[in-house]
Design a protein around this ligand. Structure first.
Ligand code: DAH
Length: 440
């Protein structure tokens, strides 16, 4: 299953759970070491060695890395905000979901979608996981950039680790707070009026995107307006000049109604770039229980969350999301902190396709994300793409057979056919051990 963009509302309900965890249980060590600490494992543990190895890297803080420059660019647009970038990726499911009013049966909580150290500890799936904590510290205007983790399929634009920037602003829910917002709205509107930007808007409030019972609709309107003006001006800061926006050809931004458990009204923002609408961020007026959970009273405000890789891929013309993780000097030496330059591909090595076709044991299913994590554990970033090319259930025995096509292609060197064969043989052997499959 593919997440369309990074946004939770697009997650569909799941079918039958796979036996991955049951099979893993037999082989699971009772401890796992994550960021130098040992943790007990349990029936929920599904964090893989490949993922554990990414945790210390924090690409968004590595000088000259495109993700670090993009973080800096966003931060420079909000100079009066507190800038955070070193919060631990280990959070409780309570922080990641419950404090943000996610329903108990939300599919994002499942072990097929998220990485768990054990039932009480997981890798944050979004930077919103820190909202309550940061508001609880008394911050009222802040940005937080961090690595986030989601189980996913494998292709050129999806990776199980990516980066997000969360931003939020709250003000007093009284005339002083509203005056501050009104003045800011005037300033931002004047700036946008002089800029070459074309905005397709939706109403601040509607029957499908309502005001919260705790809020005065006039206050919500002002806050939503401030949110839109602040983000339109951020889009201008990030894209204009780089996408060739001119008076005749303005930067096009469109607002869409959305739904998130911890905001209402909620919106998504898309930017038109190279002939396509690009989904950039989710945002909204913060749901009051979120602020209550942080012990913040008599305040209201907005929050947004934006995915960095997708924007960086566009701004730098980086064609494959794996490149962000490359240690190859031919990649890294192309970039300077603070500068956005067009990536020059150094080479495209030949693809090497291998099929893996197998029968699952009777009554067993295999989630695509489980298969992809297994392939990543074997081949790491040498795997470019994994596609299900055949899915067959025998009409009499009801047994299921699957065929996946794996594209092995290194970004840094030419892979020999022998090497690809040996990686593929290891995938097959892991599959047999973990899922008791019968190779066809
Ligand atoms: N956390 C959301 C995601 O990862 C993005 C988001 C949406 C963040 C709305 C927000 C928000 O702060 O208000 O898809």
């Amino acid at each position: 299953m593919r997440l369309s963009g990074s946004l939770w509302r697009n997650i569909h309900a799941r079918g039958v759970p796979s036996r991955y965890l049951a099979n893993m249980a037999a082989q699971r060590p009772c401890h796992v070491t994550v960021l130098g600490e040992q943790y007990l494992t349990d029936h929920m543990t599904n964090i893989s060695p490949t993922i554990v190895s990414k945790l210390p890297l924090k690409l968004h803080t590595q000088p000259s890395h495109p993700l670090s420059t993009l973080r800096g660019l966003i931060e420079s647009h909000f100079p009066s905000y507190t800038h955070l970038s070193s919060l631990s990726p280990l959070v409780t499911p309570y922080q990641n979901f419950d404090l943000l009013s996610f329903p108990k049966d939300h599919p994002g909580r499942s072990v097929t979608d998220s990485y768990y150290v054990n039932k009480d500890l997981m890798l944050r799936t979004h930077t919103s996981a820190h909202e309550v904590e940061v508001f609880g510290r008394g911050e009222t205007k802040w940005l937080l950039t961090a690595d986030v983790y989601r189980r996913d399929e494998i292709d050129g634009s999806h990776y199980p680790v990516f980066h997000q920037t969360e931003g939020a602003r709250i003000v007093s829910a009284n005339s002083t707070g509203m005056k501050e917002i009104e003045e800011d709205n005037e300033r931002l509107a004047a700036h946008l009026e002089q800029s070459s930007i074309e905005i397709e808007d939706v109403p601040h409030l509607s029957s499908t995107n309502p005001c919260q019972p705790a809020h005065d609709p006039k206050h919500t309107e002002l806050i939503a307006k401030n949110l839109k003006l602040s983000l339109n001006s951020l889009m201008l800061h990030l894209f204009a000049g780089r996408v060739g926006a001119t008076a005749q050809n303005p930067l096009k931004v469109r607002w869409i109604e959305a739904t998130f458990p911890w905001t209402t009204p909620s919106f998504e923002v898309e930017v038109f770039f190279r002939g396509k609408w690009l989904e950039i961020l989710g945002c909204g007026v913060i749901y009051q229980p979120t602020l209550d959970n942080a012990n913040v009273s008599n305040k209201l405000g907005w929050a947004f969350g934006l995915g960095l890789e997708r924007i960086a891929m566009v701004l730098y013309s980086i064609p494959d999301i794996r490149l962000f993780w490359s240690q190859d000097p031919r990649f890294l030496s192309q970039f300077k902190q603070g500068e956005i330059t067009t990536f020059k591909p150094y080479s495209k090595y030949p693809a090497c396709f291998k099929d893996v076709s197998f029968w699952l044991p009777e009554g067993q299913t295999l989630h695509e994300n489980d298969f992809c994590d297994l392939v990543r554990d074997v081949a790491g970033d040498v795997v470019e793409d994994v596609k299900l090319i055949d899915d067959f259930t025998h009409p009499k025995t009801n047994r299921k057979s699957l065929c996946y096509r794996i594209n092995y292609r290194s970004m840094d060197r030419s892979l020999s056919n022998d090497e690809a064969n040996s990686l593929n043989a290891q995938v097959v052997s892991y599959l047999r051990d973990r899922f008791r499959v019968e190779i066809r």
